[in-house]
Design a protein around this ligand. Structure first.
Ligand SMILES: *[C@@H]1O[C@H](CO)[C@@H](O)[C@H](O)[C@H]1NC(C)=O
Ligand SMILES: *[C@@H]1O[C@H](CO)[C@@H](O)[C@H](O)[C@H]1NC(C)=O
Ligand SMILES: *[C@@H]1O[C@H](CO)[C@@H](O)[C@H](O)[C@H]1NC(C)=O
Ligand SMILES: *[C@@H]1O[C@H](CO)[C@@H](O)[C@H](O)[C@H]1NC(C)=O
Ligand SMILES: *[C@@H]1O[C@H](CO)[C@@H](O)[C@H](O)[C@H]1NC(C)=O
Ligand SMILES: *[C@@H]1O[C@H](CO)[C@@H](O)[C@H](O)[C@H]1NC(C)=O
Ligand SMILES: *[C@@H]1O[C@H](CO)[C@@H](O)[C@H](O)[C@H]1NC(C)=O
Ligand SMILES: *[C@@H]1O[C@H](CO)[C@@H](O)[C@H](O)[C@H]1NC(C)=O
Ligand SMILES: *[C@@H]1O[C@H](CO)[C@@H](O)[C@H](O)[C@H]1NC(C)=O
Ligand SMILES: *[C@@H]1O[C@H](CO)[C@@H](O)[C@H](O)[C@H]1NC(C)=O
Ligand SMILES: [Cu+2]
Length: 604
């Protein structure tokens, strides 16, 4: 096999001495995680998280069957980190999945951690930090897996990888602090400063007439979905999130944060002109659109270097292809016999600190003191009792090989791209906007015979989705919204799949426990670190207290608006609406004081 070697990564290839798997190789990467300066939108240079001093991050181009070994050394100095390989099943290696507090401790500055796993899936993926809302600061990159058995081999000449993203000029730690704050009681998410293709704008892709290209698009955004279209060229969708589909032709597609799509695009025969392709961020996601925001990013298919790159025509509305209609190429039929159905009720609400949080079944996710996987391994037969994982991890214990259904009722006017780790799932139902809660007896609820499978699926505003999968991958897997703001405000649940099987089969490498020891973090017992009484959660991590009785979220919003405007006048409203700059600490303290006073006096 061939590997592209570039100056910013060290790749070693070692052929294994077995006849049948002669093509399987071990691919080694040594990654120093470092701060660099980057200016992808050409208007603002900022500190950005790179690998080995480089950003944009390298494409990982793997062949199905390869063993991947990534040695991560955190050289950031002031932030901890971790890496998640998004969409990779980690079958038999759940400890390599990456989410901090779930399957590992964070990697503190100065520490090293090795990810070591086999990739047995084809298609389009990405990798990103899964710690403290960090990846939008730069630590995210593309991953594609070559497949000798790809049913579309022979139908294209070359492949092209393009990431799409939103981009912020401010860094995540400050943005998160102002997002989850008493000064932002409605939970308005920070609006990006712009959109990117492949971490730049004005991307050019040199093409040759008559050839067919396999485009891999990967949305690595913090927040924004993008509409995507090519002028005068049809996209033939052949893969979503690592699952081959029957070919489906589209003029425009919608790719949400964390979703991927591959399409075949055949070039025209004449070389006279170049053609634009456009990504346009879905502004329905934004509470307020700043007048200066350009939601669009343009790239060009360049047939002719001498010809101009035309300005794309403006569209009046967006009518994207409906991904729910896709059919998996392997024809896997609907799982029609559900063993365990989980219903999750999503809503946003305020807690007693006045800030806005995300909830499923009234629980906002709070990281446990012991990573959930380590609890599963150290609580013997009580590992099947969700209590040991704590009251705020939203843990569900799944029996090995059961067919699981998750119903998500979105009691919120936003769209949310929900991602499951460790699996792809059948997308068996998606309601329209405003359909309310899922009602399996409603006359219009029908399931496709061969549902689309993917690993990230968008629920519509105040609507619902239903997904199904087989619990054939023992491990601890998050199910969460992939909008990073909502990860930070708690929109996560935990699937603890076949924990007793894990206890028999899994061995955690010592370098994983070492990063816990490096920061005196616990690795044994229940979510509170209790190794004696496993059902006693005293001392566990908890969210802020609820709002006092009679003090409503609506009251917080009204009060905070009036306090902010009284304190800071109209300028503060401009800040609040456009999110230009966080409040200073004295203003913040004043707001908090007023809220505390009001809490003790309000009678609604
Ligand atoms: C990935 O590597 C394969 C060879 O294994 C090569 O054919 C292909 O063009 C590469 N893809 C990209 C996007 O670099
Ligand atoms: C892309 O092109 C536009 C229009 O020429 C220009 O304003 C913008 O600065 C360019 N962006 C980058 C990152 O070069
Ligand atoms: C990572 O950093 C170490 C220590 O500074 C250095 O010796 C090593 O060469 C770096 N590795 C890469 C791949 O840049
Ligand atoms: C996009 O960036 C990746 C590196 O992250 C690179 O391999 C790929 O070739 C780039 N795509 C285009 C169209 O330039
Ligand atoms: C960490 O270091 C980077 C690079 O010097 C800096 O931009 C950032 O503000 C620092 N602080 C935090 C909390 O990350
Ligand atoms: C990676 O895992 C394989 C299979 O378990 C093992 O043989 C190999 O030694 C590991 N490599 C490293 C660097 O840990
Ligand atoms: C381009 O030319 C080829 C070979 O002559 C032909 O088969 C094909 O239909 C043409 N494509 C278009 C888009 O006209
Ligand atoms: C972005 O593109 C859309 C679709 O063409 C268009 O309606 C909108 O006016 C564009 N916005 C800007 C700022 O160019
Ligand atoms: C199904 O019926 C509900 C209730 O009548 C309606 O709101 C919804 O739009 C219908 N279709 C879908 C796909 O939800
Ligand atoms: C994991 O591997 C087992 C055994 O090889 C297989 O039966 C199962 O389907 C796999 N699960 C996933 C999600 O790949
Ligand atoms: Cu969300």
């Amino acid at each position: 096999m061939a590997l592209s070697l570039s100056n910013f990564l060290y790749a070693g290839v070692l052929l294994l001495p077995f006849g049948l798997i002669a093509q399987a190789a071990t691919v080694n990467y040594d990654w120093n995680i470092t701060w660099v300066t980057a200016n992808p939108d050409g208007v603002f240079a900022r500190p950005t998280i790179g690998i080995n001093g480089q950003w944009p991050l390298p494409l990982l181009n793997i062949t199905k069957g390869d063993q991947v070994v990534v040695n991560v050394n955190n050289q950031l100095g002031n932030q901890s980190t971790s890496i998640h390989f998004h969409g990779i099943f980690q079958n038999g290696t759940t400890e390599m999945d990456g989410p901090v507090g779930v399957s590992q401790c964070s990697i503190p500055p100065g520490s090293s951690f090795t990810y070591n796993f086999t990739i047995n899936q084809p298609g389009t993926y990405w990798y990103h930090s899964h710690n403290a809302g960090q990846y939008p600061d730069g630590l995210r990159g593309p991953l594609v897996v070559q497949d000798p058995d790809n049913p579309y081999n022979g139908q294209y000449d070359e492949e092209v990888v393009v990431t799409m993203s939103d981009w912020y000029h401010d860094q995540m730690p400050g943005l998160i602090a102002s997002f989850i704050s008493v000064t932002n009681p409605t939970g308005a998410e920070p609006v990006p400063d712009g959109a990117l293709f492949n971490d730049t704008q004005n991307l050019t892709v040199a093409v040759q007439p008559g050839k067919t290209y396999l485009f891999h698009f990967i949305n690595v955004a913090a927040f924004a979905a993008q509409y995507l279209w090519f002028e005068d060229h049809i996209m033939r969708i052949v893969e979503v999130d690592g699952v081959y589909t029957e070919p489906a032709d589209a003029q425009m597609v919608y790719i949400a944060a964390a979703q991927r799509m591959s399409m075949l695009i055949t070039m025209k025969n004449d070389t006279g002109s170049n053609f634009a392709f456009v990504g346009s961020m879905d502004q329905d996601l934004f509470d307020t659109v700043p007048p200066t925001l350009n939601p669009n990013v343009t790239g060009w298919l360049v047939y002719n270097e001498q010809a101009e790159n035309p300005t794309p025509a403006l569209l009046d509305d967006f009518t994207p292809f409906d991904d729910f209609t896709l059919v998996p190429q392997d024809g896997l039929p609907l799982y029609d016999n559900v063993d365990y159905s989980i219903t999750l009720h999503l809503e946003m609400n305020n807690l007693g600190d006045g800030a806005n949080y995300a909830f499923m079944n009234d629980i906002t996710y709070v990281s446990p003191k012991v990573p959930t996987l380590y609890s599963a391994l150290s609580t013997s037969e009580l590992a099947t009792n969700p209590t040991v994982y704590g009251s705020n991890t939203n843990s569900f214990v799944l029996n090995h090989l059961d067919v699981i259904e998750i119903v998500l009722n979105n009691d919120d006017p936003g769209k949310h791209p929900f991602h499951l780790h460790g699996h792809n799932f059948q997308a068996v139902w998606r309601s329209d906007d405003d359909a309310g809660f899922y009602d399996p007896t409603a006359s219009n609820v029908t399931f496709p015979a061969k549902p689309m499978r993917r690993d990230t699926f968008v629920v519509h505003p105040n609507g619902n989705i239903v997904i199904r999968f087989r619990a054939d991958n023992p491990g601890v897997w998050l199910y969460h919204c992939h909008i990073e703001w909502h990860v930070d405000s708690g929109l996560m649940a935990t699937m603890v799949e076949a924990p007793l099987v894990l206890q028999e089969t899994l061995k955690i490498p010592d370098n994983h426990y070492q990063v816990c020891r490096d920061q005196n973090a616990l690795t044994q017992g229940n979510a509170a670190g209790n190794t004696v009484d496993l059902l006693d959660l005293k001392g566990q991590n908890l969210p802020p207290a609820p709002l006092p009785d009679g003090f409503t979220a609506r009251g917080i919003v009204a009060l905070t608006f009036s306090v902010i405007s009284a304190l800071l006048g109209i300028a503060a409203i401009a800040w609040y609406v456009y999110g230009a700059a966080p409040l200073g600490s004295s203003e913040m303290a004043a707001v908090q004081r007023r809220v505390a006073e009001a809490e003790s006096s309000e009678k609604e």
